[in-house]
Write a protein of this length. Structure first.
Length: 191
């Protein structure tokens, strides 16, 4: 029987990727267990927000939970949107976030950016294991493709030499901030 992992996220894009990466596990979102609360992410760092999410779900379910807090960090914007990536344009809509980012990057020459992911595994008795991952690239001039989610369609990956909006799931997972963080976390958990 496969071991179970509960992810403290309702983001379908993230859950799909994590399921793909953890093929040896049965991966659930916390809403699969009938929990319907939204978690207020009021931390100041990716790590703090991941901890808030993992802790809330682990305590509500009485079993370990995994949380991912992630976002896009743009050099020329002083690291923005960063931890505010999900609600950059205010309404949580990916297309609006992308439009605002492209607008804020109009005429900007330095287009370097990175995706960052912080993973936290929290057990109800208070044990915390963490890991992080990054992937680098540049902000494109216009959206391209519709694969992935969030900012993928405006991010040109340095590793793949193509936009994530036109990369396959497998290609993205081979270089993504999330897969790098998860690999490091699983190595810590499983030794
Ligand atoms: P969180 O759910 O608070 O961690 O917010 C994550 C947000 O960062 C998402 O809603 C996306 O806007 C962005 N993001 C994180 N990872 C990715 C990714 O792999 N591709 C595109 N956007 C991402």
């Amino acid at each position: 029987m496969k071991r179970e992992i509960v992810v403290a996220s309702g983001n379908k894009g993230k859950l799909k990727e994590i399921k793909e990466m953890l093929k040896d596990y049965e991966v659930f979102g916390y809403k699969d267990f009938g929990l319907d609360f939204e978690i207020e992410e009021n931390g100041n760092t990716f790590f703090e927000n991941a901890l808030i999410k993992a802790k809330a779900v682990a305590q509500a379910l009485g079993k370990p939970a995994l949380a991912d807090d992630s976002g896009i960090v743009v050099e020329a914007l002083g690291g923005q949107p960063g931890i505010y990536s999900a609600r950059y344009a205010g309404d949580g809509d990916d297309a609006h976030n992308n439009q605002l980012l492209l607008k804020n990057m109009e005429g900007v020459e330095d287009r370097r950016a990175k995706f960052v992911c912080c993973m936290v595994y929290y057990t109800p008795d208070g044990n915390v294991v963490t890991a992080s991952g990054e992937t680098r690239g540049t902000i494109m001039q216009a959206p391209e493709g519709s694969n992935g989610f969030g900012y993928d369609c405006i991010f040109f990956s340095e590793d793949l030499q193509k936009g994530l909006g036109v990369a396959s799931d497998q290609e993205k997972n081979s270089i993504s901030h999330r897969s790098r963080a998860l690999k490091a976390l699983m190595e810590k958990l499983n030794g």
